[in-house]
Design a protein. Structure first.
Length: 320
């Protein structure tokens, strides 16, 4: 049914790209199905239909394994010569969605070191959407992908360095990992990175496309402005709660960092109203007037001392 040359092709070892054994079985199955569609009488000769089907399948097999041989030789050449994905076309090396860093620019030095995500490839050039460090409402500096786009020669692009922190997004096969915080440890080429999950620390490194890595950052919640916002919520809960104040821990006292954040982040027109609120809240006499019925006598003196200390800090930082 098959020529000697085709049988020899089927006996070749497995390729790194294709599986010839599976391909041969597929060709044989296709021939069997073709024969069942046109059965012949026992003892009849090999029909023209049989011969045409067999020749077509053998031709397909030869073309298949010729392509396998060419790709294997190309892979061996890259491996022996130390070639990297620099030999790949731009569209394959920096596909749409890849994360990369700009480096070696001479005409636009201000862009060196910036991170971008490829949104389009045009010949040897890539269009990048840049990530910029901006100031959030809480005055924290965060990294966000902006609408600013630049067209850069692909030779000026390099992979992200090891140590960059990001999180996984858009995974379908391993959807449970979406949202996991990871640290980039290595670059494999063609837009793929090796990432180490940060929690748990015993998790194995994974290889993902840069399209599934998001490096945008948000406020960590540890900045003074965020701490001050949480303190405000805690104080309002304290006001609504009618429980007895039995110790200093029962009062959400503001730290010096919280008070400084409130005083510094407020614009001048709002400073007067803010000082009025703070002085009414922490003045010893006002505090006793508001919460005196809840304060037990054993902690009254300690609470008056703490409110006096807070009030003195507010006045000292206001006069500067």
């Amino acid at each position: 049914m098959f020529s000697a040359s085709s049988r020899g092709a089927f006996d070749q070892p497995k390729s790194h790209v294709y599986q010839p054994t599976a391909a041969a079985a597929s060709f044989r199955n296709r021939f069997k199905r073709k024969r069942k569609q046109q059965p012949r009488q026992p003892g009849s000769s090999f029909t023209d239909t049989d011969r045409a089907a067999a020749e077509a399948l053998v031709t397909d097999a030869h073309a298949w394994f010729k392509r396998v041989k060419q790709e294997n030789s190309t892979a061996q050449h890259h491996s022996s010569s130390g070639s990297t994905d620099d030999d790949l076309p731009v569209a394959a090396k920096w596909a749409v969605g890849c994360l990369t860093m700009l480096q070696g620019l001479t005409s636009r030095v201000d862009l060196n070191g910036k991170i971008g995500r490829v949104v389009q490839t045009i010949g040897r050039k890539c269009v990048l959407a840049l990530y910029e460090t901006v100031q959030a409402k809480c005055s924290c500096k965060v990294l966000l992908q902006t609408d600013r786009q630049v067209r850069i020669d692909s030779d000026q692009l390099v992979p992200l360095g090891a140590g960059r922190i990001g999180r996984l997004i858009g995974l379908s096969g391993s959807a449970r990992l979406n949202g996991t915080s990871v640290q980039i440890t290595d670059y494999l080429g063609a837009g793929r990175y090796v990432c180490q999950p940060r929690r748990p620390s015993a998790a194995k490194p994974i290889s993902v496309s840069s399209q599934n890595i998001e490096i945008s950052t948000t406020c960590s919640g540890r900045c003074p402005a965020s701490i001050a916002a949480r303190h405000e919520k805690a104080f309002h809960r304290f006001v609504g709660n009618q429980a007895q104040i039995q110790s200093l821990k029962d009062v959400p006292w503001p730290s010096k960092e919280v008070l400084q954040s409130q005083l510094r982040s407020t614009k001048k027109p709002e400073t007067t109203s803010l000082l009025r609120v703070l002085r009414k809240r922490w003045h010893p006499d006002k505090f006793l007037q508001e919460f005196g019925s809840r304060i037990q006598s054993a902690v009254r003196r300690a609470i008056l001392a703490r409110t006096t200390e807070i009030m003195a800090f507010i006045n000292n930082n206001t006069t500067k």
